[in-house]
Design a protein around this ligand. Sequence first.
Ligand code: URA
Length: 210
Amino acid sequence: MTEHLTHVTHPLVQHKLTLMRKSDTSTAVFRQLLREISQLLAYEVTRELPLTTEAIETPMQTMDAPVLAGKKLALVSILRAGNGLLDGVLELIPSARVGFVGLYRDEKTLKPVQYYFKVPTALEDRLVIAVDPMLATGNSSVAAIDLLKKAGATNIRFLCLLAAPEGIARMKEAHPDVPIVTAAVDERLNEHGYIVPGLGDAGDRMFGTK
Ligand code: URA
């Protein structure tokens, strides 16, 4: 991917996102929409994966047919909201390896605090797709990418649902080599670090914890 930011404007993505934003959308419907939208976003984030060919036999004849090249890619969920995106992406790429980065946001400082880190082996040989629905201040995304690079990853993409201009700028400054794919770029962050107009707390909405 050459662009630092890819805004997925596909009408199905935009329609589903609007339904997710509505405050009267139930937890069950929110989760279902997230699953659907994450498959559409996965299609975009993997658009330029390298291909090779494999000799196969169709019922008619043999042919050299395209298959994905290289090692299985790694999906890394930034807990806990990342898991909502992860499920849908995994449905599309079932053989992907999966990692988790546990970061929570200190509500006073808005800084990320690490509590868990477990990722697949040979990260340096894989495309790594880090997933987190909300790119808000960018603090946790930058910290998660820092950890992934420390673990050896060199080819990383960041997949989210909503991004704030502040988070995009922070990521671009800290990790200009990591392309971002998002369904929307919203107006701004509010004083609590939430994206507006946004959709609220993504974790609470998908897990029904509020
Ligand atoms: N995390 C969320 O879940 N929502 C926001 O608006 C910002 C960060």
